[in-house]
Design a binder for this molecule. Structure first.
Ligand SMILES: C[S@@+](CC[C@H](N)C(=O)[O-])C[C@H]1O[C@@H](n2cnc3c(N)ncnc32)[C@H](O)[C@@H]1O
Length: 343
C-alpha cells in the first residue's frame, strides 16, 4: 500500500493511441533534446542502461507487451531517470504516426522476434519497407543498431541492410559477433548460455533522400450525420445485416449491431483497416430528444477519427437512409470528399 503521506510516482507510461499525430516530443519531455527509441525493450535492462548513459537525450521505449511495459515503467522509476518513457503500441505504427521527418536521432532494435516459420516471415519487423519508413524519420548521421542471435533472421537482416539505399554500416563489415560495450540483457545471456551467437549491426543513415511514401495520416474532426426517420431503433436493429467493403484502399467490416437495454441506442461493431492502423470501434446510432437520429463515432477505446471512420459513417448513414422512403438527411459534418451519402 502507498504510505499515507507519500507523493504518487509520476507515470512514465505513454499510450500511442492517445498521442497526437505527430507528437510534440519536446512538450512530452518538457525539453528539446535528441530523440532515441528502443523498439521491443522486453525486460527493459538495456532501456534503463541507455537512459542512464545518455542523460542529454530523450528516450522512448516501445513495446506491445503489457507486462514488459509495466516492468519497464517500474525499472525506470526505481532507477530515478527522468529522460525516458515507455510507450504502448506497435513500432511501425508509432514511427509512422507519431514521429516527424528527421525526428529520430538513434533507433535500437535488440533481438526482435525471429518468426521462425516461413509463413510468418511477413511479421518480421526488419523489412525493406520498415527500413524505408525509418529512413524517412531519421536525418543523415542518425544511428540504427540492431542485434539478433537467430541465424536465419541474421541472414535476413544482412540481405535487407545490404540492399537498402538509405543506411551504411559504421563498421568495416555488415555486422560483428561481439559488442563489448553494451549491456547484456537477460534474453541475450540466455541465448549465449544455450550456445547462440550474437550478431550486432551498427548502421547509420546516409544522405540518400528517402521519399516519404509514409505520410502521417490525417486526423479529421469527429464525424456525424443527422437524419430523420419514422423507424424505431428496434426496427433499425432488426434490419441490420453484416457488411464488408473496400473503398479508397480502406477495408471496412461491420459485423454486429447491439441495442442498449438502458436507453435503446444502437452500437455497430466495426473494423477499419487503413495503413498504418487497424481500428476496432463502435459506430453509434442514437435517437435524439427532437426525434431525429445521429450517426457518429462512439468514444469508447479512444478511436481516431480518420478517413476510414468517415467512410464507415457515410456508409452506415446511407444504409439507414435507404431503410424507409420517408428517411431524410438533415445535416452532416463529413468531409465532402468522403461524403458518399446521397439524397
Ligand atoms: C525477443 S524479445 C527481446 C526483448 C529485448 N529487446 C531483449 O533483448 O531482451 C522481443 C520483444 O519485442 C516486442 N515486440 C514485438 N513486436 C513488436 C512491435 N511490433 N512493436 C513493439 N514491440 C514489439 C515483444 O513484445 C518482445 O518483448
Amino acid at each position: 500500500m502507498t504510505p499515507y503521506n507519500s507523493a504518487p510516482m509520476t507515470s512514465l507510461m505513454l499510450h500511442s493511441i492517445r498521442m497526437d499525430w505527430p507528437t510534440d516530443w519536446t512538450a512530452v519531455f518538457n525539453r528539446k533534446a535528441p530523440l532515441l527509441m528502443e523498439i521491443g525493450f522486453g525486460g527493459a535492462d538495456f532501456l534503463v542502461d541507455l537512459a542512464r548513459r545518455r542523460p542529454e537525450a530523450n528516450l522512448i521505449g516501445v513495446e506491445v507487451s503489457l507486462p514488459s511495459l509495466k516492468k519497464g515503467e517500474k525499472k525506470l522509476q526505481t532507477a530515478g531517470v527522468t529522460n525516458a518513457r515507455v510507450m504502448a503500441g506497435d513500432a511501425e505504427s508509432i514511427v509512422r504516426t507519431l514521429c516527424q521527418i528527421d525526428s529520430l536521432a538513434e533507433v535500437y532494435i535488440n533481438f526482435p522476434d525471429p518468426w521462425r516459420k516461413e509463413r510468418h516471415y511477413h511479421r518480421r519487423l526488419i523489412s525493406d519497407e520498415f527500413l524505408h519508413l525509418l529512413a524517412t524519420r531519421m536525418p543523415t548521421g542518425a544511428l540504427l543498431d540492431i542485434a539478433t542471435d537467430h541465424v536465419d533472421y541474421a541472414a535476413w537482416i544482412v540481405e535487407r541492410l545490404e540492399r537498402t539505399p538509405y543506411f551504411n554500416s559504421r563498421l568495416a563489415t555488415t555486422y560483428v559477433n561481439e559488442d563489448n560495450g553494451r549491456l547484456i540483457s537477460k534474453y541475450e545471456q540466455k541465448g549465449f548460455d544455450e550456445g547462440r551467437i550474437g550478431h550486432y549491426y551498427k548502421w547509420q543513415r546516409n544522405d540518400t533522400a528517402a521519399p516519404n511514401i509514409f505520410p502521417i495520416p490525417k486526423e479529421l474532426p469527429m464525424p456525424h450525420v443527422i437524419l430523420t426517420s419514422p423507424l424505431s431503433e428496434t426496427e433499425i436493429a432488426q434490419a441490420f445485416a453484416p457488411v464488408k467493403f473496400y473503398q479508397n484502399e480502406i477495408h471496412v467490416s461491420m459485423t454486429e449491431i447491439f441495442q442498449s437495454q438502458f436507453d435503446g441506442k444502437l452500437l455497430v461493431e466495426t473494423y477499419i483497416k487503413e495503413e498504418p492502423l487497424t481500428q476496432r470501434l463502435a459506430l453509434l446510432i442514437r435517437q435524439r430528444e427532437q426525434g431525429d437520429y445521429v450517426v457518429k463515432l462512439h468514444e469508447v477505446g479512444f478511436p481516431r477519427p480518420t478517413i476510414g471512420v468517415q467512410i464507415a459513417i457515410a456508409h452506415l448513414a446511407t444504409w439507414l437512409k435507404g431503410l424507409h422512403p420517408e428517411n431524410q438527411f438533415v445535416r452532416s459534418s463529413l468531409d465532402e470528399e468522403y461524403l458518399k451519402i446521397k439524397d
